[in-house]
Design a protein around this ligand. Structure first.
Ligand SMILES: [Zn+2]
Length: 227
């Protein structure tokens, strides 16, 4: 009992931290977002809602500058103010914005958003437990190994999530008559819009490479389109 007590404490600490982080994210999103009302975009999201047999798709604007789209654990979809501005400036088309919304819908529909929250918040908890356990057997470099394992696990999870969300978005865009064109052109555009890799949003860095994503979309398209 004495031996496992410290581990139990670390796990309890990890859980408490996770709950707090979920609560804080939720509150931040509530306070800094408004529902998106853009007639051109709404027409496109209505077409996707029709394809999904939903009354409508609600999208929110999250008041931050970095270009990003996100799916909250409660299923809400957010586009950042910075991203919306690029659409308003004409740098990104309405169809391309719709492809981002479709991608985020994919994360929600496939249950990623909940797991991702566990990814982000739970990573620290997992790391703490690993440092503790591995540290007992391997002194000095134990924490380093624990960090590497946690990072590797998170990267693997998010990579497969991205391909799945992309596939969902492709299917939805095709069913809505928008096609995968905007999805692919946005990826290429973001790469040039953001310029050097260092300036890319974290969202893209954690995502698989643009070329590989486009290739995966085209492979799906070839499978789904009638010959
Ligand atoms: Zn994604």
């Amino acid at each position: 009992m004495i031996k496992i007590l410290p581990i139990l404490l670390v796990v309890a600490y990890g859980l408490a931290m996770y709950r707090f982080s979920v609560w804080r994210t939720q509150r931040e999103l509530d306070q800094r977002s408004t529902e998106l009302a853009d007639p051109v975009l709404s027409r496109l999201t209505d077409r996707m809602a029709d394809a999904l047999d939903l009354p409508r798709i609600r999208v929110h604007i999250y008041e931050i500058d970095p270009v990003n789209g996100l799916a909250a654990p409660d299923g809400r979809i957010f586009i950042t103010r910075g991203f919306f501005r690029k659409y308003r400036n004409g740098e990104v088309t309405a169809e391309e914005m719709a492809s981002v919304i479709a991608h985020e819908l994919g994360h929600v529909a496939l249950g990623h958003s909940r797991r991702r929250m566990i990814d982000f918040s739970g990573q620290n908890a997992l790391r703490a437990v690993l440092v503790m356990v591995i540290g007992r057997f391997i002194p000095f470099i134990g924490p380093w190994i624990a960090n590497a394992i946690t990072a590797l696990l998170a990267a693997r999870l998010s990579r497969s999530d991205e391909y799945e969300a992309d596939a969902y978005a492709s299917a939805l865009l095709m069913k809505s008559g928008l096609g995968t064109g905007p999805q692919k052109s946005l990826f290429r555009k973001l790469e040039t819009l953001m310029g050097v890799r260092g300036a890319m949003p974290a969202w893209l860095l954690s995502h698989p490479k643009t070329d590989e994503r486009i290739a995966a979309i085209e492979a799906n398209e070839a499978k789904w389109l009638p010959a």
